[in-house]
Structure formats: C-alpha cells, structure tokens
Design a protein around this ligand. Structure first.
Ligand code: ADE
Length: 419
C-alpha cells in the first residue's frame, strides 16, 4: 500500500497517457528501465525525491520502481506539479505528496513526508529536501547513503553546506554532467521558457526587445531562442565580465539592468540570484512590460517592490497578473515570478529530460553500488557515465561518429612528436 496526497486520483488515466507520450521521446531512459526491471538492482532501497512532478519525472520514477526501489516523492515547486501525472504515479506504486497550487506550508509539509520516510538515497531539484534533512532530520540524514542534485541553484546550496563542513552524505551534482547542463539548461530551458511565456501571453516575439538577465547556460539558451523567434533586440545583463564578453561575442547587446529596464518589452531572469529586477528597475519600465523568471526560486523579480509600487492589481489571464503602478503604467508578472516554463507550460521537452534523468538513474545506481565508499562531498557525475549517456543518446538518434585509430590514440598520448 502506498501513501499519498494528490489533487484527484481519478486523473490517473489521463496522466498515464501523458507519461506514455513522454516514454516515446525518452528512449535512453526506457532502455535502462527495461534492463533495471530485469535486474532489480535497487531492491530494498528507499528513495526520497523532490522533483517537478511532470510526465518526464514519472518516467524516471517508474524506472526506479521497476528496478525495485520504494519511491517517496514531493514536488519541487508549488506551481509545477501536473496533477494527472501525480495521480498516475500513485498507480505506478510511488508514494506521492504533490499538487498544483500548494501554499508554502503545504509545500514544506509534502517535503517533510518524504524526509520522514527515512530515505537511503535522496534525489533533489533545488536542494530543499537536502537542506531539510540537514536542518530538521539529522538522524535520518546521517543514514543517507548519498544524494543527487538536479539543478544549478541546488548545487550552489550544497557546495555552501560542504564549505561550512556540514554536509552529511556524498552528493552527485547531476547538474554538472555535460549531458545535463549543455542540453537541459541551455536547449531545454531556452525552448520551454518561451513555451511558458507564449502560453501565458500569446504575444509575438518578433519585433520585441527581450532582456535576458544572466548569461549562464540557461540565459544563453533563452537569448538564443529569443533571437530565433525574431526579437528585434536581445539584451543580456550580467555581473561576470567573462560571461558578459561571451554574450557580446555571441552577438547580443550587453548593458546594466538599469539601462535595459528603460527599453525592454519582455524581461526574463535566469541568474539564480535575488532581487535582479527591483524597485529602481521597475520605476523605469515601459507601460506593458512583461516580467518572467526562469531561475529556480521566485526571488529574481522582487515582488514586494512590485507590490509596493502598485496601486492595484488583477489577474488578467491564467498566469498573467497585471500591476497598475501609481503613475498609471501597467506591468505584467507571469506565473507569480515562479519558473515560467514549469508553471505556465510543461517544463523541458521529454527529449532533453531523457538525458537529464538517465544521468539521475545512473547516479543513483552508482551511489547504491558504491555505498559507504564515496567520500562525503559534492562530486561531479562520474565522467564515464556522462559519456555513456551521450553515446546512448546518439545511438537512439541513429547518429554514428568516428573512432580514433590506434595510431591516433598513440599520437594523443605522446609528447615527442613535433611538426
Ligand atoms: N525541469 C525542467 N523541466 C522539467 C521536466 N519536464 N520534468 C522535470 N523537471 C524539469
């Protein structure tokens, strides 16, 4: 018998159809799932997961359940759960605590249920479960064999924990796998962020001035897709001189937010930092400016400043809140400043999550196989697993590549050849 709290179990069949669609587009993970189901290598393992409860996550959870694990899952954002998928997950045998539109208290209550299951392995997206275990469930944390972390923000939080000497179990930063961040963060977020902006607003990007805050892998993907959709100007704001220079050489305008604020039509934050768009910027924005966030937490557009500048607000369409400022200008905040791609759309497409979640699956197998032998620190994904994911993805796409000849291999190892 599984335990659960979801919106409506009656949505399970609808959710299963969505999951079936994702499975069709996640061939690498499906291959591992079949192998895992035959070998049952994760039998006896309790997994606690905090992930966006989407059709892609369901494919991962099914793979873990089929491999023998007892899975407990909560959502990693109050607005990202797909209720029909959550219901389907219960039917697949997972313990699920997630629904769309959780309050802050409900969100943490759900994560608590996962922490209290006493997981051997922890999968997290944003580190809320890791942090809760370290703060409030110290005994449970000391029994954890290892964990994984899906996203840049979560890895930063875990590195801070490690630097303070407080980390209690080894964590694999799945986010740092090449086959994760080069694809999921860049192409996944690039496309799904616009999917969210467009589903929420139905505006035309062609002819618009799009401002992208942050030129990490996520910002790069968003800037690239803004250009592809025909934005008249794509402006990047940065604090890191190397990234700023890269944005310039990639062909984007770079300027401080205080300048960009005056000219942007659509603002998208992707920095992982706090108060990136704040009072001084909001005061300069044009009437009609649209504000969206693609970073993990809803702190990049500083909503208290928006609220204090506004004389009124109203919901104008699903995921679009209109703030009328004292001087009459109207600014539009999408999805409460939460991850727009997951709140207003469905998150990254399955094809890219195929790689991210195959990395997760392999990292979990690795942690379980090597339990008690891995030093307590934040590790990168073992490189052989990263290469395996790329190799399998290419294989499923029917793409073959060259191999080094013996002579080339020798040449690469040698220091004595010159011209
Ligand atoms: N993060 C971004 N997109 C996602 C998706 N489709 N499923 C789970 N986590 C995600």
């Amino acid at each position: 018998m599984v335990e659960y709290k979801v919106k409506n179990l009656g949505l399970a069949d609808q959710g299963s159809l969505k999951v079936e669609w994702a499975e069709r587009h996640m061939p690498v993970l499906m291959r591992l799932r079949e192998k895992g189901a035959a070998e049952r290598k994760l039998s006896g393992l309790t997994i606690g997961a905090v992930l966006h409860v989407t059709k892609e996550t369901a494919v991962l959870v099914k793979a873990l359940v089929d491999a023998g694990a007892d899975v407990w899952i909560a959502g990693s954002n109050p607005l990202s759960t797909q209720d029909d998928v959550a219901a389907a997950l219960v039917k697949y045998g997972a313990n699920v605590f997630a629904w769309r539109g959780e309050s802050s208290e409900e969100y943490y209550w759900c994560i608590r249920r996962v922490a209290e299951a006493g997981p051997d392995v922890v999968i997290d997206d944003g580190a809320d479960l890791h942090v809760m275990l370290h703060k409030d469930y110290v005994d449970a944390a000391s029994k954890v064999v290892g964990g994984t972390e899906e996203t840049t923000t979560g890895v930063s939080r875990l590195k801070a924990l490690e630097e303070e000497g407080l980390l209690k179990y080894p964590v694999i930063a799945v986010n740092n796998a090449y086959t994760k961040y080069l694809f999921d963060n860049r192409y996944g977020t690039g496309q799904s962020t616009f999917d969210g902006v467009l589903r929420a607003t139905n505006i035309l990007i062609a002819g618009k001035v799009v401002v992208v805050a942050g030129y990490g892998w996520v910002g790069r993907g968003i800037a690239l897709r803004a250009r592809g959709l025909g934005a008249r100007r794509v402006i990047v704001t940065e604090v890191n001189p190397i990234k700023a220079l890269e944005a310039v050489f990639d062909g984007f305008e770079v300027m401080p937010m205080i300048e960009a604020a005056k000219v942007g039509d659509v603002f998208i934050t992707a920095t992982g930092n706090i108060k990136v768009i704040r009072r001084e910027h909001l005061e300069l924005m044009r009437d009609g400016a649209i504000l969206a966030n693609a970073g993990h937490f809803n702190v990049e557009v500083w909503i208290p400043d928006l609220e204090s500048l506004a004389k009124s607000r109203r919901k104008i369409r699903e995921y679009v809140e209109e703030y009328t400022l004292v001087d009459g200008r109207r600014l539009y905040l999408l999805a409460d400043g939460r991850l727009v791609n997951l709140a207003a759309a469905e998150g990254h497409p399955s094809e890219v999550m195929d790689m991210s979640f195959t990395n997760q699956f392999l990292a979990i197998e690795y942690l379980f196989k090597n339990k008690h032998r891995i030093p307590v620190k934040v590790h990168n994904q073992p490189v052989e697993l990263d290469y395996l994911v790329a190799k399998l993805k290419l294989e499923t796409m029917g793409i073959t590549i060259d191999e080094l000849t013996g002579e080339q291999r020798e040449y690469m190892k040698s220091w004595s050849y010159g011209t």
